[in-house]
Design a protein around this ligand. Structure first.
Ligand code: UDP
Ligand code: LCN
Length: 816
């Protein structure tokens, strides 16, 4: 059999491969088309093969070469007898499509658009064959922009952008004029920075830098900028180069290098030192967004924790950079969210709230308004779309008032925040970043093609279009992990799923987003290390909480806060904490534990999440999970070995709770069916808890399996619970093993997952993409016009289908 290289295309190999196993394949393909039109996922295709080729050895032989590779790389297939079209993902971001005739096994290679049309035939034949069905192609505006080409480079965009920039600025000295113009444009509240009009050409700037360098060489390195500020001004230099002679010399050195012969490392260094970002606006509209008593309320979770920690880290880094730039400026960060008059005891009805642990950062709340007035009630993130345009206008006015000018960077969070950020950034001409946390599209199978069925509940048509608009409008995307962008070998990336998709009857997005666009960057969050620190740091331990935590874990009584009890307190505790969504799979973990005798004998189980009365939940899914949890405790008779504690919103105490679990030589388990990133994983690791986390999503990247923790397969409970049990069994004989995993987890965190690393990366990106945007003004403007048209013609009409909440005393208007 011909050997198959990963680089070979399907066009070359598929016909021959089918021919080689013609007898079996003909039977398989007949089975595929037997049931008529459908979409089949990889596992379904494989199941059919198992039925057709029952003999294991024979099956292995058929699947051992090229065919096996094609089937294992197939994400799905669309069946429309007699044809079957395969969507084959050869590598993250690389797709091929092939249409096979089941009668004669002939193969036609098709493109993404043809594949989408074929797929639409399953759902809406008239629309699929309508020549004038709306096609959206964002790629049409990107043809001249540089792109990455290797899967392994995805997510490292800013580094590549520096390379592309150097190419643009290279050559004759005049090619560097865009950089000079950019430097000339830098200012803060009307005060010029870096250079003034005396140095308005690359040549003049280069000469002045040589003179300045000679002058600086004669100064002591610590000489403050003020001592030579006047002389520099005469030469054409303004503030911003540095606080001391040494720093100024270094920054000027980088610029001189770039002017002489641009190289990416000096380019990156120079840009990261420029005074570009003073004020940042961060959008997280949906609320409840607050600092106390909001975790556990619907739709709030990691996103709130992430943003508050992000702000603290960002402000600290901005203060440091401004000092080093020699500027006496107070940076401001505003987190802009929704004001909810019906605040349920939280502070979400307050207009301004200073952010703890910062000097100048605030939460700003702006209410949702409609023609009927202010909306008092909370609305789910799925129903939020009708309020966003008005919100973005009201928020813009408020922000301009507070900042007394435009922000320098606008960051959106989640679909709603990213759309608002896009609207505002394009209106004000400000650099934009987006953060998704979790994109909804991949969470629900076939959510695009089945949008009509799902829309009444989720309004995915609005969401997917809003997401596509924001991804294209933004200057850069901040992802927490590689898999969020481009998935893994087997799993589709969250962004990647927007590369080409279709909403039959509405629009066919033939090029949504390209994961090879250098706008994608990975900057993983951290956990607040003043809250989540190792259990071994005895002096810092918050012993005042110990009696409360002791009662929470061990007292025998059942009350509103905890049910179940731990009879044997000498056993280690395995711990998990999350919102009680189905996807978090806390009930799955409970079931694994219930079933695994050895694990039950070895350790106790403590779960934190939700509350106990299912009828009190606003969320159907949560309510069903609560009921299931009670049933499992009953079924497996877990009382005595398991404690279920209600959601805990005091994060300081939660930090100590993780450490108390570590005191028992226990572990943390994150069993989610899918987790976008998983903050609890890094919180636990920061506290020194050996961690077992899902291999589906972000945690698979955070933990190196068997070194800094363990991966567990949420779809294979027995294997996972045995993996946990085996670890604790080994620890009984070798206590050093527990310490090893505790230490290695911490090491991994400090190397890769801290807010300090994050803030540094984020500010560097802000600077890099602000300049990059400037270099590509025309292309960006053209794309922006296309986005506006899509927004106005498509998105806005979809939003009209989302009902507006009518509150008591408000009149139903004829038009929503
Ligand atoms: N959390 C909490 N109390 C709870 C459940 C969760 O404080 O009862 C916190 C948890 O410590 C973490 C965040 O909520 O900081 C959850 O973030 P994660 O990324 O794990 O999941 P998400 O909820 O965002 O999907
Ligand atoms: C949302 C999620 O689902 C989590 O996986 C993340 O950790 C969290 O946001 C913070 O980004």
């Amino acid at each position: 059999m011909a050997s198959f290289k990963r680089s070979d295309s399907m066009a070359d190999t598929m016909p021959e491969a089918l021919k080689q196993s013609r007898y079996h394949m003909k039977r398989c393909f007949s089975r595929y088309v037997e049931k008529g039109k459908s979409i089949m996922k990889r596992h379904q295709l494989m199941d059919e093969i198992k039925v057709v080729i029952q003999d294991k050895a024979e099956r292995s032989q058929v699947l051992e070469g090229t065919l096996g590779y094609i089937f294992s790389a197939t994400q799905e297939a669309v069946v429309i007898p007699p044809y079957i079209a395969f969507a084959i993902r050869t590598n993250p971001g690389f797709w091929e499509f092939a249409k096979v005739n089941s009668d004669d096994l002939s193969v036609e290679i098709i493109n993404a658009t043809e594949y989408l049309k074929f797929k639409e035939m399953v759902f809406d034949e008239d629309w699929a064959t309508d020549e004038n069905a709306l096609e959206v192609d964002f790629g049409a505006y990107d043809f001249s922009a540089p792109h990455l080409t290797m899967s392994s480079s995805i997510g490292n965009g800013s580094h590549f952008v520096s390379k592309f920039m150097t190419a643009t600025l290279s050559g004759r000295l005049e090619s560097a004029q865009p950089l000079v113009d950019y430097l000339l444009s830098l200012e803060h509240q009307g005060e010029k920075l870096m250079i003034n009009d005396n140095l308005n050409t690359a040549e003049r700037l280069q000469t002045a830098l040589i003179i300045a360098d000679a002058f600086l060489s004669g100064l002591h390195k610590d000489t403050p900028y003020q001592n030579f500020e006047l002389r520099f001004k005469e030469w054409g230099f303004e503030k911003g180069w540095g606080d001391t002679a040494e720093r100024v010399k270094e920054t000027m050195g980088s610029l001189s290098e770039v002017l002489q012969a641009p190289d990416p490392s000096n380019m990156e260094k120079l840009l990261s030192r420029l005074p570009i970002i003073f004020n940042v606006v961060i959008f997280s509209p949906h609320g409840y967004f607050g600092q106390a008593d909001v975790l556990g309320l619907p739709d709030t979770g990691g996103q709130v924790v992430y943003i508050l920690d992000q702000v603290r880290a960002l402000e600290e880094e901005m203060l440091l950079r401004l000092k080093l730039q020699g500027l006496n400026v107070k940076p401001q960060i505003l987190v802009v969210t929704r004001l909810i008059p019906d605040a349920k005891g939280t502070k979400c009805d307050q207009e301004m709230e200073a952010i703890d642990g910062t000097k100048y950062s605030n939460i700003v709340r702006v209410p949702f308004k409609t023609d009927r007035g202010v909306l008092h009630r909370w609305v789910s993130r799925f129903d939020i779309y009708p309020y966003l345009e008005r919100f973005s206008q009201d928020a813009a006015a408020k922000i301009l008032e507070i900042l007394d000018g435009k922000p320098d960077l606008i960051i959106g969070n989640y679909s709603d925040g990213n759309l608002v950020a896009s609207l505002m950034a394009s209106k004000l001409g400000v650099t934009q970043a987006t953060i998704a946390h979790a994109l909804e599209k991949t969470k629900y199978e076939d959510s695009d093609v089945k949008w009509k069925e799902l829309d009444p509940k989720y309004h995915f048509s609005c969401q997917f279009i809003a997401d596509t608009i924001a991804m294209n409008a933004t200057d850069f995307v901040i992802a927490s992990t590689y898999q969020e962008i481009a998935g893994s070998k087997d799993r589709l990336g969250q962004y990647e799923s927007h590369a080409a998709f279709t909403l039959p009857g509405l629009c066919r997005v033939v090029k949504g987003i390209n994961v090879f666009d250098p706008k994608f960057n990975i900057a993983a969050p951290g956990a607040d290390q003043s809250v989540y620190f190792p259990y071994t740091e005895k002096q810092r331990r918050l012993t005042k909480y110990h009696p409360e935590i002791e009662a929470l874990l061990y007292n025998k009584e059942e009350n509103d806060e905890h049910i179940g009890y731990l009879a044997d307190r000498n056993k280690p505790i395995i711990f998990s904490m999350a919102r009680l969504d189905v996807v978090k799979n806390l009930t799955g973990l409970t079931e694994w534990y219930g079933k695994n005798k050895k694990l039950r004998e070895m350790v106790n189980l403590v779960i934190v999440g939700a509350f106990f009365d299912p009828s009190k939940s606003k969320d159907r899914e949560e309510s069903a999970e609560i009921t299931k949890m009670h049933a499992l405790m009953e079924k497996y008779q877990l009382k005595g070995q398991m404690r279920w504690i209600v959601a805990q919103s005091d994060r300081i105490r939660n930090g100590e709770l993780y450490r108390c679990i570590a005191d028992t030589k226990g572990g943390f388990v994150q069993p989610a069916l899918y987790e976008a990133f998983g903050l609890t994983v890094i919180e636990a690791m920061n506290c020194g808890l050996p961690t077992f986390a899902t291999n589906q999503g972000g945690p698979a990247e955070i933990i190196v399996d068997g070194i800094s923790g363990f991966h567990i397969d949420p779809n294979n409970g027995d294997e996972s619970s045995n993996k946990i049990a085996n670890f604790f069994e080994k620890c009984r004989v070798d206590p050093g093993l527990w310490n090893k995993f505790s230490t290695e987890g911490l090491k991994r965190i400090n190397e890769c997952y801290t807010w300090k690393i994050y803030a540094n990366k984020l500010l560097n990106m802000g600077c890099t993409y602000s300049f990059w945007k400037n270099l590509n003004k025309e292309q960006k403007q053209a794309k922006q016009r296309y986005i506006e048209m899509f927004y106005n013609l498509q998105y806005k009409s979809l939003v009209k289908n989302v009902p507006i909440t009518i509150e008591e005393g408000q009149q139903q208007l004829s038009e929503p």
